[in-house]
Design a protein around this ligand. Structure first.
Ligand code: NAD
Length: 536
């Protein structure tokens, strides 16, 4: 009997220690090498794994279960990681760029081998649907390809000198340590955009991810660090420091960080921008969007309606490029809204890991409050709620952060109204009716943010106006394509309160280097520029 009681006691103690993860979660976690036994995970990597600071929980937005507990960075561990990153940079800047590209190529290969598994982890931890999770990892793979090419093409310039026997060259040199502070909604791709360019440029990168998606950052860092270590490159070329606001603030303030690449909300971005500017560091800001779709009377409805549906409902309205404002020409407004509403009513909601699901949960419970607040404001202001406006509260959706995507027709289209001016990070789409394209462009441009925008038309003249000097003032100005879902080829980013930052393709790499303008005299004379005479 005593032996039996001891066995039961031991079993209970084991159960208490053991995190009983659902099989849904444990199969995803084990596929990306995240332990499923009940242990606190290390949230700091700078060549070795550690972490003894506050414990953060990763919570599944679909079920509410705790996926893991992660130990964040203490101030000392952060200082250590910063020092190791600086040392790693000093080494890495001497590695020839094509060799850095070869390392990126291996990272690309390792990532693509785990693309679907990492995509599933994004779905599990962040809550976006599986194909979007996989698409996000694909973006990292794509930008690695871009970075490999870049490593042989980061060209400077030879400039004509006005002085005989002189030559001027502009040389792109490695910049230093680049800190990447990222948002919860793209827990893999945003880091990828930064890492690929930063690594090709010869920098060390230190990543401070969102505290609510620590597992994505651990899984990615495991893959990247393995490649670095296999190549004899210091792991601190790609360090990770998981933590909350305090860790973020300490990173931003540190003078040893040459550039802060920040992706997040306008409110935090404003504070980060000031701090980095005050110490004359470099800063790249990718902040909130409040993106509009303009539908002209000649638009192809078979393109426009699904594009607005994906733009507003995809990722449960949690993309920086989500469509939040819909401007409809008077002639097609009723027809468009009827078609859109039909799609809204048919949306397949559920577990983002399930193949058929189109709408997953919001990432946090706090986001539900933001959603309710916006819908409440609209109702109080007399808006017509055409679809949605409430939570899904029947089981099993009541376990997660599921809300109904909402279409509202506010009484006023005045862009000064809070509902038009503010980014509500949830699936709330506000619609208004316009008379002519000039009015639509004016409304499009009248908000503080300037990230993405789109116009649906078949008229070339309207296209010309839209993309020209009198057109949309956003960073992304699309035609017959939704506001979200950019490719890596063009530089990505927005204007005005979106922060003016550019990441990913295009010329974005030029920000990750230190430009040296070198005038070289290969003559026996020393003439001064502009003919200045200073002879003694
Ligand atoms: P957030 O601003 O709350 O957090 C972003 C990051 O900043 C996190 O890592 C957070 O821990 C850190 N942080 C918080 N306070 C800080 C401080 N005082 N100093 C330094 N770091 C601090 O953003 P979020 O809620 O994670 O993400 C959603 C926002 O991100 C939305 O506004 C969205 O539009 C924006 N976003 C923009 C882009 C873009 O490319 N423009 C892309 C994705 C997301």
């Amino acid at each position: 009997m005593v032996v039996g009681r001891r066995v039961v006691a031991r079993h209970s103690a084991w159960l208490a220690r053991t995190r009983r993860l659902s099989s849904r979660a444990s199969s995803v976690l084990s596929s990306v090498d995240i332990p499923t036994a009940d242990q606190e995970l290390s949230g700091v990597y700078d060549g070795s794994w550690k972490g003894s600071g506050d414990v953060l929980k990763s919570i599944c937005p679909t079920t509410g279960e705790v996926l893991a507990r992660v130990k964040s960075a203490t101030p000392e561990e952060l200082r250590d990681a910063l020092a190791k990153s600086r040392d790693a940079y000093r080494y890495f800047r001497t590695v020839p760029a094509p060799r850095r590209g070869e390392i990126l190529r291996q990272i690309r290969y390792a990532l693509s081998n785990k693309r679907d598994e990492l995509g599933a982890l994004v779905s599990l931890e962040m809550g976006k649907i599986r194909t979007e999770g996989i698409g996000e990892v694909q973006e990292f793979v794509d930008i690695c390809d871009y970075g490999v090419g870049l490593s042989r093409m980061m060209n400077g310039r030879v400039v004509s000198s006005e002085r005989p026997g002189h030559s001027i060259v502009e040389v792109p040199n490695p910049l230093g340590v680049v800190a990447v502070l990222s948002a919860f909604n793209f827990p893999v791709a945003v880091y990828g955009w930064n890492l690929a360019l930063s690594l090709a440029a010869g920098n060390a990168t230190l990543w401070k991810p969102s505290p609510s998606t620590p597992l994505c950052s651990i899984a990615v860092t495991k893959i990247v660090s393995r490649v670095l270590e296999e190549n004899g490159i210091p792991g601190a070329v790609a360090s990770l420091v998981i933590g909350g606001k305090d860790v973020g603030e300490a990173v931003v303030e540190d003078k040893g960080i040459d550039m802060v690449s920040f992706t997040g909300s306008e409110a935090v971005g404003r504070a980060v921008g000031k701090v980095v500017q005050s110490r004359f560091g470099k800063v790249l800001l990718e902040l909130g969007g409040n993106n509009a779709a303009v539908i002209m009377p000649d638009a192809d409805m078979s393109l426009a309606v699904p594009a607005v549906f994906f733009g507003a409902v995809g990722t449960a309205g949690q993309r920086c490029t989500s469509t939040r404002r819909l401007y409809l020409h008077r002639d097609i407004a009723s027809e468009f809204l009827a078609k859109l509403e039909k799609l809204y009513r048919s949306v397949r909601v559920g577990d983002p890991l399930a193949k058929e699901t189109l709408l997953g949960p919001l990432h946090t419970q706090n986001a539900i409050s933001i959603y309710h607040d916006a819908v409440g404001y609209l109702r109080d202001a007399g808006a017509e709620i055409i679809a949605g406006g409430e939570r899904y509260d029947a089981p099993p959706l009541d376990q997660g952060n599921f809300v109904k995507p909402t279409i509202a027709l506010p009484k006023s289209a005045d862009p000064k109204d809070r509902i038009w001016r503010t980014e509500t990070f949830a699936p709330v789409l506000c619609a208004a009716v316009f008379e002519d394209v000039e009015q639509a462009i004016e409304w499009n441009n009248a908000v503080p943010q300037g990230l993405s925008s789109t116009l649906f038309t078949r008229d070339l003249r309207t296209v010309g106006k839209w993309i020209g000097p009198e057109g949309s003032d956003a960073g992304i100005v699309n035609v017959n394509v939704g506001t979200s879902g950019a490719e890596i080829g063009a530089a990505f980013g927005g204007n005005k309160s979106t922060g003016w930052g550019r990441e990913s393709g295009g010329d974005a790499w030029k920000q990750y280097v230190r430009w040296s303008a070198c005038t070289i005299n290969f003559s026996d004379k020393a003439p001064l520029a502009q003919g200045v005479d200073f002879s003694a």
